[in-house]
Design a protein around this ligand. Structure first.
Ligand code: IPD
Ligand code: CA
Ligand code: CA
Ligand code: CA
Length: 281
């Protein structure tokens, strides 16, 4: 039931009482002049639509599941505790790719993950502007618009297309490490490195086999919660940049179709340190 509800919300539901659905809010807003403000840094953007969509998702889910807990990007920014407990918890990124959204660059997604006993159980990611709906449920496979997803089986990094994202930190030291990591992978030589501006959609491309690996420092739990289920169910691995198991709150991730490519990337990366999502405010 949780998966069905999440899919409805992410895709087409919510048009009750004249309320726009999640993709409609995004599709309408993308055409309009946006009121943009910034949060932690000048490049950490937020718009009215981010708040509107998060409110719509959480209020709809709360009606269905009043006892569940919620972690959402904009609620966390407003001071709500970002802590994963054993309770059933929805982990929501209302608009992933806000910077893309601001520029009408068409890589914008809604991401809804669900965890029970701190285990990720399901993930739904909807590409608001092209209609691709990615779903995954633990033990039941991953799909894009009903078609089963399968990761790339490539083991050789010199035949890999690698995706990454730049986090919010843009100081020269951080950027040097970021570029150094990219340089190592490009000189492996990987086929290429891409930055598309949406970590959830980039991770979906790992699940679909369109790219071999993804890594990032500085992403958040709501960027990876839903995608981790989808990638694992498509046969891929999602882990910490240290090579250990994924820690949802750590703001570090390596995901890949094959363990071999993931391990290679882990060995190359110089870490960039970010505070944890579940830090005390
Ligand atoms: C961000 C995007 C971006 C990534 C950041 C994310 P937002 O999410 O996915 O590509 O580099 O780490 O926080 O703020 O657009 O939801
Ligand atoms: Ca954001
Ligand atoms: Ca995001
Ligand atoms: Ca967001």
């Amino acid at each position: 039931e949780c998966l069905d509800v999440a899919v409805q919300i992410a895709r087409k539901a919510g048009k009750q009482g004249g309320v726009l659905s999640v993709p409609q809010v995004v599709q309408e807003a993308v055409k309009q002049e946006k009121r943009v403000s910034s949060k932690s840094t000048p490049t950490d953007l937020v718009t009215e639509a981010d708040h509107q969509v998060e409110e719509l998702i959480i209020s709809t889910l709360k009606e269905k599941f009043p006892s569940h807990r919620f972690i959402g990007e904009e609620s966390s920014a407003a001071g709500e505790k970002c802590v994963l407990t054993d309770s059933p918890t929805w982990i929501i990124d209302p608009i992933d790719g806000t910077c893309n959204f601001v520029h009408s660059f068409p890589m914008v997604a809604v991401s809804i993950g669900f965890a029970v006993n701190k285990e990720l159980e399901l993930g739904v990611i909807y590409h608001c502007l092209d209609g691709a709906l990615y779903t995954g449920r633990k033990g039941h496979g991953a799909f894009c618009n009903g078609v089963r997803l399968q990761v790339s089986k490539e083991k050789d990094v010199s035949k890999a297309l690698i995706l990454t994202e730049i986090g919010a930190k843009r100081d020269p030291h951080t950027l040097d490490i970021f570029l150094g990591n990219m340089k190592k992978l490009l000189s492996a030589p990987a086929h290429g490195v891409r930055i598309i501006g949406s970590s959830t959609l980039a991770l979906c491309h790992i699940a679909s086999g369109a790219a071999e690996a993804y890594y990032q420092f500085g992403l958040h739990c709501w960027d990876v919660a839903a995608a981790a289920v989808i990638i694992r169910e498509a046969g891929g691995c999602v882990m910490d940049t240290t090579g250990g198991p994924l820690d949802l709150m750590s703001r570090r991730v390596v995901a890949a179709g094959s363990q071999e490519v993931a391990d290679y990337i882990v060995q190359q990366l110089q870490p960039i340190s970010y505070g944890r999502d579940d830090h005390d405010p």
